[in-house]
Design a protein around this ligand. Structure first.
Ligand SMILES: Nc1ncnc2c1ncn2[C@@H]1O[C@H](COP(=O)(O)OP(=O)(O)OP(=O)(O)O)[C@@H](O)[C@H]1O
Length: 281
């Protein structure tokens, strides 16, 4: 168990952009160490804004706490060493090799760690992280030359190489094939079993239900629901938050499946009809 393992709490948090409030006074139940929470919600609900705010990349009001450390009270270095963040996309134009970029992410945490890994130890840890994600073969490739999915895996390696106590992953599987999706979610779960608190933004609700023990649903910057996925995911929630007519069923393997029957328009239900503003086919 990670000795830094501690609950992650978000209380009365508001985050936004100049002239554009997005997250409004959000409070969640404490997210315990050794857990995977999935963060879901419609486009523009504020999921990325929330993660970026609690990662310390956007100004946030309210209290974000990891154990006895708070976002507002910690230095940026102390917070980012303990709270790892994987953005939706890697910044464009990075000229580094993949391995160098992971070493750089690790090196950035060194002064705060109170220990100084040698260059070769950092390279070894970075290489092991790439191999764990199945992309050791990309180590000497320039980031600019990688596919979208490959860049996503390198971004994940950069986030986890520091071994943070809390890990925030923004749609880590959006560009990945089925095998890599499975691999990434397994890594997230394995990291949680070492004591890490992991939050993962996902659009695939069945995947979110499968991999998370706790689900948070955001809608228009506010909390729509949270709790165990099989209690949160109901037809009523999907209608209210996503505007779809859908059924939630358990398949023979015991996993939740979502079957969407149509879009809810003007009070119609299960019509499957296009919105009235569209021309007839
Ligand atoms: N840099 C920015 N400046 C101003 N507004 C922004 C900025 N980034 C996002 N927004 C706005 O904040 C709101 C929430 O966006 P956010 O990206 O957090 O949503 P999301 O739930 O992650 O969406 P998606 O599922 O589409 O990725 C949107 O209305 C968006 O237009």
């Amino acid at each position: 168990m990670n000795p830094e393992a501690a609950a992650f709490t978000i209380t009365g948090v508001s985050i936004g952009y100049p002239g554009r409030p997005v997250i409004d006074q959000l409070s969640l139940s404490p997210l315990p160490p050794a857990s995977v929470t999935t963060l879901v919600g419609p486009n523009a609900a504020g999921k990325s804004t929330l993660l970026r705010g609690v990662a310390g990349l956007l100004p946030a009001r309210g209290v974000v706490r990891l154990g006895d450390l708070t976002l507002s009270g910690a230095t940026r270095g102390a917070w980012t060493r303990r709270v790892g963040f994987m953005p939706q996309t890697l910044p464009a134009g990075a000229r580094l090799l993949a391995l160098e970029s992971v070493v750089a992410a690790l090196a950035a945490s060194q002064p705060d760690e109170g220990l100084s890994l040698s260059q070769s130890a950092m390279r070894a840890r970075a290489m092991a992280t790439l191999e764990r994600l199945g992309v050791g073969g990309l180590a000497l490739e320039p980031l600019d030359a990688l596919s979208g999915g490959q860049r996503q895996l390198i971004a994940l390696a950069q986030a986890i190489v520091r071994r943070p106590a809390a890990l925030l992953l923004d749609e880590p599987t959006s560009a990945l094939d089925l095998r890599h999706q499975e691999q990434v979610m397994r890594v997230a779960r394995d990291l949680a079993t070492t004591g890490m608190m992991v939050i993962v933004v996902l659009h695939d609700l069945a995947m979110a239900a499968r991999w998370g023990s706790h689900m948070v649903v955001l809608s228009q910057g506010r909390l729509a629901a949270e709790g165990p996925p099989d209690q949160v995911l109901t037809s009523a929630l999907l209608a209210r938050v996503y505007g779809v007519d859908a059924r939630v069923e358990r398949c023979s393997a015991g996993r939740l499946q979502i079957m969407v029957d149509g879009v809810i328009d003007h009070g119609s239900s299960r019509s499957g009809a296009p919105p009235p503003s569209l021309p007839p086919p």
